[in-house]
Design a protein around this ligand. Structure first.
Ligand code: CTP
Ligand code: CA
Length: 224
């Protein structure tokens, strides 16, 4: 209600949120994807909106519907996502919840690939995608005051996420365990550890919208 009246602790703040998977084409009818539903990024965008922020929501082809009341920018590939984020800058904060494909197909075909009848198999070559979080974290001019990444890990979660925070140069990393046994990837709950310069803070497992509300609150405090 506060946000609807133009108030809230994030009133006047612009926040970019990336969300969802990316799709990397193999040919015009095939692509490489991942299991991200976009649920956590979507919940976070909604929570930031509810605190009064202007949200630029840059989303890949997610399975959950995007939130209302945000500037919606739909993209397909990692490279399109980077372009959209750069076009949405400047921002007070940027939150990178997308599960960006690490690699794209370097030799994507512009026509549908066909079986040739001899049983010969296509050979896909890969190229590394740009790292959107690292690119924004390391901006010399116009860097958002708060840059937050997510780290989806299947093992040694805190060690990998702490190293990732240092490597990319972001302010916070929100780490989670996405090993299949947790059911977190594509599910409705999340168990995260927030890592900042001070250390690691583990939150209990809770609904993704509850994680989003708590993160949005922490972001509001950081920007205040
Ligand atoms: N990310 C990004 N651009 C990429 C890859 C990742 O912006 N090309 C962001 C994600 O949105 C997330 C963070 O970087 O906020 C970490 O993503 P993750 O996949 O965990 O890290 P990677 O550096 O890709 O390392 P790896 O997948 O090898 O663990
Ligand atoms: Ca990755």
């Amino acid at each position: 209600i506060e946000a609807a009246l133009g108030g809230g602790p994030l009133a006047g703040k612009h926040v970019i949120v990336t969300s969802g998977p990316t799709h990397e084409p193999i040919d015009p009818v095939r692509y490489i994807a991942n299991r991200s539903s976009g649920a956590q990024g979507t919940a976070l965008a909604a929570a930031l909106r509810d605190l009064g922020a202007k949200v630029s929501f840059v989303t890949g082809p997610a399975t959950v519907a995007p939130p209302q009341g945000v500037d919606l920018i739909r993209v397909e590939t990692a490279r399109e996502m980077l372009d959209a984020v750069q076009a949405a800058l400047p921002a007070d904060a940027a939150i990178f919840a997308a599960a960006v494909a690490d690699w794209r197909v370097a030799n994507a075909a512009d026509k549908k690939m066909k079986k040739d009848g001899t049983g010969s198999l296509p050979a896909l070559e890969f190229a590394e995608n740009p790292d959107i979080l690292a690119t924004v974290s390391q901006m010399k001019k116009g860097r958002p005051g708060l840059v937050v990444g997510f780290a989806a890990e299947t093992h040694d979660v805190i060690a990998h996420a702490t190293a990732k925070r240092a490597r990319k140069g972001c302010d916070w990393i929100v780490a989670n365990d996405v090993s299949p046994a947790t059911g977190i990837m594509g599910g409705t709950e999340n168990a995260v550890t927030v890592i900042d310069a001070e250390g690691a803070e583990s939150w209990p497992r809770m609904g993704k919208s509850e994680v989003a509300a708590r993160l949005a609150q922490r972001i509001a405090e950081a920007l205040a």
